[in-house]
Design a protein. Structure first.
Length: 262
């Protein structure tokens, strides 16, 4: 009886070992089957997005054109014992500048005011270690846009006579740059293709079609000039500053990916 139970126990152990072995074998076979299926599925295909046999080049194009617009900015500042007094004085002073601009023939649509501020004039007292207020200052910024570039210098002088404390400009610009940008882009693409053809010729291959083109463009920025208001008591007749419009360089850049044909 005891022997029968021992035999049955050993049979159960052997059966468990056999099942485990078959399970491991099944896992291995399944793995082999998956690898084979993957190999069959990918055989003879090309991975999408792969860039094989291509040339990537950059090109630049430039168009130089005279400006047809200009802007200047006039800053008006006023001091007062209180913030209200400073703003009141500044508003009256700014109005004189605006009236002078209109007298010079500048249209309302070409005059813009911005950055109106009122703030305390403070200083540090080293004896008390405190910040003290000595009054208030108000400021206003007036921007003028010119479509007639021949009057920029005259108006520049006029706003200083009218009381502007600082005048900045002129900033030469284009009212519409689409045509110049389009021409610059055409030159940039031609420049890129010239480089790609040179590389292809050096490698003994032919240049195929353009696959990817990306672009960027912009206009160069020129330094601005500054004039100060005429000091109180000085001659109120201000000689217009000599100004010469500067040409504007409109540049465009492209990056092009070409196919290589072997």
């Amino acid at each position: 009886m005891k022997t029968d139970r021992l035999f049955k126990g050993r049979s159960l152990v052997l059966a468990g070992v056999l099942v485990g072995a078959l399970a491991l074998a099944g896992v291995s076979l399944a793995g082999c089957g998956s690898a084979g299926s993957l190999q069959e599925a990918t055989q003879g295909t090309t991975i999408p997005g792969s860039l094989v046999d291509v040339i990537v080049v950059s090109g630049i194009g430039k168009v130089t054109t005279p400006p047809d617009e200009a802007t200047i900015q006039a800053s008006v500042e006023s001091d007062g014992a209180t913030s209200a007094a400073a703003l009141d004085a500044n508003s009256k002073k700014t109005q004189k500048v605006l009236d002078r601009l209109k007298a010079e023939g500048i249209a309302d649509k070409d005059i813009a005011t911005a950055n109106v501020t009122v703030y305390p004039n403070t200083y540090y007292d080293p004896q008390t270690g405190e910040q003290k207020t000595t009054g208030y200052r108000a400021s206003n910024m007036v921007t003028v846009t010119f479509h007639d570039l021949t009057i920029v210098g005259k108006v520049f002088a006029a706003v200083t006579e009218a009381g502007a404390d600082s005048v900045y400009g002129p900033n030469w610009q284009l009212s519409e740059d689409s045509a110049a940008v389009a021409t610059a882009l055409t030159k940039a693409i031609a420049n890129a293709r010239m480089k790609a053809e040179a590389i292809a010729a050096d490698q003994g291959i032919q240049l195929g079609e353009a696959l990817i083109i990306s672009e960027g463009s912009g206009a160069s920025v020129y330094p601005m000039y500054e004039a100060r208001a005429v000091p109180a008591g000085a001659d109120s007749s201000v000689t217009p500053p000599p100004l010469s419009p500067q040409n504007i360089d409109v540049t465009a850049t492209v990056t092009v990916t070409y196919r290589m044909v072997r």
